[in-house]
Design a binder for this molecule. Structure first.
Ligand code: SAM
Length: 285
């Protein structure tokens, strides 16, 4: 039995029509109304699972007005499901305004999890860094896009973007302008579909790979960009090495290390070890 006066936020496939949970199908078959981003696309999905549902349209441009309608439905005890064209509603998709207002009115909002392009890409990319930041779509204009990318430059976590096929080349080019050619980029294209491709390499190599084959520029994309490298704490910076080398020429080792630590702010033990190594290298036994 479904709860009365509840909103079900239901994830749908991102390509392969079978990627939908049994629970999602059950709910979509039983609710009174399904609010869908594009009625035609959703009819196709529901028909593939022999579901006939009353559909109303809810998209980016009418979400506020349709939210009023849905609240009236909930007031009268109806059960409503929200779906979008692909994946999880509210993730780079409409839904947040509706969910917020339904929650404000005290009605239950029940998530029904399933496909999401970012998580799908991440699961198959083999990225060992444990943290990621989901950004979604970057701005469409190159100036604003570079500004957003620059603001992310020192993030250590993997950065996840959605991108459209007609902007894929300019987006990767902008990434190179901001991050250089050596960061790793995984391109996850057409996930769960016929031409599914997951390709990893440096930004420079990946741009060349995309440029070499126009087919690889088509379809839907998730981009996973490696984060900024975390500096190795055991490494001694160029400045500290220089300072310590000068001081070691004039002072005993302990004193030189003490002063170099004060001047550079680097770890005393690391500098001490480096000084010992330098001494050993200069005067091998
Ligand atoms: N709500 C969806 C989700 O949960 O992933 C995202 C919707 S957003 C409007 C659509 C974007 O998601 C596409 O432009 C693309 O960047 C990404 N995307 C969706 N399906 C994809 C797929 N099958 N393969 C790769 N990227 C996909």
């Amino acid at each position: 039995m479904l709860e009365k006066s509840a909103l079900y936020v239901v994830a749908t496939p991102i390509g392969n029509l079978s990627d939908i949970s049994l629970r999602a199908l059950d709910i979509l078959a039983k609710v009174d109304v399904v609010a869908a981003e594009h009625i035609q696309n959703s009819r196709h999905l529901l028909a593939a699972h022999s579901i006939t549902a009353k559909l109303i349209s809810l998209h980016q441009h009418n979400e506020t007005a349709v939210t009023d309608k849905i609240l009236t439905l909930l007031d009268s005890g109806k059960r409503v499901a929200l779906i979008t064209d692909a994946g999880t509603p509210g993730i780079s998709d409409p839904g947040a305004i509706l969910v917020q207002r339904v929650r404000e009115q005290g009605y239950p909002v029940i998530p029904v999890p399933g496909a999401n392009a970012a998580i799908c890409a991440l699961s198959a990319a083999g990225i060992t860094h444990p943290h990621f930041l989901f950004f979604g779509f970057l701005p469409t204009k190159t100036g604003l896009r570079k500004r957003e990318l620059t603001a992310l430059k020192s993030q250590h976590c993997t950065l996840i973007f959605y991108e459209a096929p007609h902007r894929i080349l300019e987006c990767v080019t902008d990434m190179i302008d901001v991050f250089g050619t050596q960061r790793q980029l995984t391109v996850a294209r057409e996930l769960t579909k016929l031409f599914e491709t997951i390709h990893g390499g440096t930004l420079g190599d990946t741009l060349a790979w995309l440029q070499a084959d126009a087919h690889q520029q088509k379809g839907e994309f998730v981009l996973l960009l490696s984060g900024a490298e975390i500096p190795d704490k055991s490494e001694v910076s160029e400045q500290a090495r220089h300072t310590l080398t000068c001081l070691l020429d004039e002072l005993p080792l302990k004193q030189a290390v003490k002063l170099a630590t004060q001047i550079t702010g680097e770890n005393k033990n690391t500098l001490y070890q480096w000084a010992l190594d330098l001494k050993a290298a200069k005067h091998p036994e």
